[in-house]
Unconditional design. Structure first.
Lengths: 113, 116
């Protein structure tokens, strides 16, 4: 069955520090992977997606993610975090059957000055 | 290009009352999704439409939840009667029709429901 695990419920980083959010997925076929960000009181905004090809994908706001099939992972990274990056981050895997998305439980990011 | 629109943004009701949420998808997106997001959890799919037909409603509590998309464009999700555990954010998303690959889902701002 398809599933997504985000092991870190909450992460705190200092402004300017690097960031890595972990995501592990379980999917029987070629995964279609997504990272979304949800700011307080807002909907989900697409950060980036991986369908195929280069395993390092670039997204908006300076984020990138690396697909590692051997580890079933799709970790999100940013070299230097800004205070405005404080939000909830969701990893998702999309299934070709019915275009259904399976979301992780999210990682809450706090940025301290 | 306009995004997914939802209204209202916030709603407070008492248990056993009814409530309705509205969603207008991105123009040209034939597939529409309603999700429920409980605090501290990821979104959970309630129902998926393609045009005006239901693709999947297996996780919709049909004794109290209903949804329609009569003309294949905008959609309404209704809860009647509401329970305390229905307090959540209700997200609407839309996408192009997917034939052989996954299509990105685009989300609206959500409706925050509080049931007292």
């Amino acid at each position: 069955a398809q599933s997504v695990t985000q092991p870190d419920i909450h992460i705190t980083v200092s402004e300017g520090a690097s960031l890595e959010l972990r995501c592990n997925y379980s999917y029987g076929a070629t995964p279609y992977l997504f990272w979304y960000v949800q700011s307080p009181g807002q909907g989900l905004q697409l950060l980036l997606k991986y369908f195929s090809g280069d395993t390092l994908v670039q997204g908006i706001k300076g984020f990138e993610a690396e697909f590692k099939r051997s580890q079933s992972s799709f970790n999100l990274r940013k070299p230097s975090v800004h205070w405005s990056d404080a939000a909830e981050y969701f990893c998702a895997v999309g299934a070709t059957a019915g275009n259904q998305f399976y979301f992780g439980t999210g990682t809450s990011l706090t940025v301290i000055p | 290009e306009a995004g997914v629109a939802q209204s209202p943004r916030y709603k407070i009701i008492e248990k056993r009352q009814s409530v309705a949420f509205w969603c207008n998808p991105i123009s040209g997106h034939a597939t529409l999704y309603w999700y429920q997001q409980i605090l501290g959890q990821g979104p959970k799919l309630l129902i998926q439409f393609q045009n005006n037909g239901v693709v999947d409603d297996s996780q919709l509590p049909k004794d109290r939840f209903s949804a329609e998309r009569l003309k294949g464009v905008d959609s309404t999700l209704k809860i009647q009667p509401a329970k305390l555990e229905d307090s959540a954010v209700y997200l609407c998303a839309s996408s192009l029709v997917s034939d052989y690959q996954v299509e990105t889902q685009y989300f609206g701002p959500g409706t925050r429901l509080l049931v007292l």
